[in-house]
Design a protein around this ligand. Structure first.
Ligand code: F6P
Length: 356
């Protein structure tokens, strides 16, 4: 029997989206009679009925391509049930597009926000399968999301390059790593890049502790310090504040976590400190071999679920197995770094400071 599959990518992009789309499509074409409809720019396309019928050839040559051939957008979950100035009932509009297209299911590739809306649509009776993507790796229920390893390689490459210039100048270099509210990317790239200090949101720091490390290294024959700081990192005082209060303080005092740390260290220790913000470079370009494999495995598992009519789930990696979780169990559940995570212990045991 023919199956009509809608696919969309939503939220911030990451390397591996096209590899996952290709995995779904190729496996579906192999396993059953499939028609694939690409929804443009995430949920925006579903709301506005912006899509295209895809041909088999469109899934060829995209394994190594960064970004997403379908386009993406941020359509916040908190607004999904709100009728805004355009007077559009977004949930009704999405259901209408799904029905008009006579879809048998919709595959949604995204992170936390995407999964919340995917769960909403599932509760509204649509057949949904999620695929977990994000460089932040903060999606509950999966050991890793695709995109994370590539971003980790890129962030590690940045730290490597900063190392040589830090050593030449005897400077303190503060590198700001993406990850939203989670410290996974900073933790992993900090360990891989040999950072001296790793600052993550889950372990609020004290600047004096960080200053001790910088001072010690400045006085040693090393002379330089590498600090990997998560964009969402906060000191102990900031950690006590409400989000809005913290944001107001930051807007008034400093623009980014790295600039804040660098400025304070310069004042406290008297070292030359610089902040480096690689930003969206961490999300760009071709996926790593690991992410190509993971995305393909995730995509193929989604096609298997479609073949077996299993919906209301999202694909996951647990240990070495590709499996799936019920959307209702994972939607809206964050996955911060547990302060006693094994990788945190590993870092501590080789002398990396978390500033706590
Ligand atoms: O979720 C991925 C991510 O890159 C985060 O690490 C970062 O906080 C955010 O997206 C940046 O969002 P935008 O692309 O909208 O600037």
């Amino acid at each position: 029997m023919k199956k009509r599959i809608g696919i969309l990518t939503s939220g911030g992009d990451c390397p591996g989206l096209n590899a996952a789309i290709r995995g779904v499509a190729r496996a579906a074409y192999e396993m059953f009679d499939a028609e694939i409809i690409g929804i443009h720019d995430g949920y925006r396309g579903l709301i506005e009925g912006d899509y295209s019928e895809m041909s088999r050839s469109q899934f060829s040559g995209i394994l190594t391509l960064g970004g997403t051939i379908l386009g993406t957008s941020r359509t916040p979950f908190r607004n999904m049930r709100k009728i805004e100035s355009d007077n559009v009932d977004k949930v009704a509009a999405m259901k209408k597009t799904y029905r008009n297209l006579k879809l048998d299911c919709l595959v949604t590739l995204g992170g936390n926000g995407t999964h919340k809306t995917a769960n909403l649509l599932s509760e509204e009776g649509l057949n949904i399968i999620g695929l977990p993507k994000t460089i932040d790796n903060d999606l509950y229920g999966t050991d890793f999301t695709f995109g994370f390893h590539t971003a980790n390689d890129i962030a590690t490459g940045v730290i490597d390059r900063i190392h040589t210039t830090a050593a030449s100048h005897g400077r303190c270099m503060v590198i700001e790593i993406m990850g939203n509210k989670a410290g996974w990317l900073t933790l992993y790239s900090g360990v891989a890049g040999g950072a001296d200090v790793i600052l993550i949101p889950e372990i609020p720091y004290t600047i004096d502790k960080v200053a001790e490390v910088v001072k010690r290294r400045a006085e040693s024959n090393k002379g330089f310090t590498i600090i990997a700081v998560a964009e969402g990192a906060m000191d102990r005082e900031e950690a006590k504040m409400k989000k809005k209060e913290r944001e107001a303080k930051r807007a008034a005092e400093h623009f980014s976590s790295s600039a804040y740390v660098a400025k304070q260290l310069q004042e406290l220790v008297g070292v030359e400190a610089r902040s480096v913000v690689p930003g969206h470079i961490q999300r760009g370009g071709t996926p790593s071999a690991y992410d190509r494999v993971l995305s393909t495995e995730f995509g193929v598992h989604a096609a298997e679920l479609i073949r077996d009519d299993v919906y209301g789930v999202t694909v996951a990696l647990k240990g070495n197995s590709i499996t799936h979780n019920a959307l209702k169990d994972i939607a809206g559940v964050a996955k911060p770094v547990p302060p006693d995570d094994q990788m945190v212990a590993t870092a501590r045991n080789i002398g990396i400071s978390f500033g706590d």
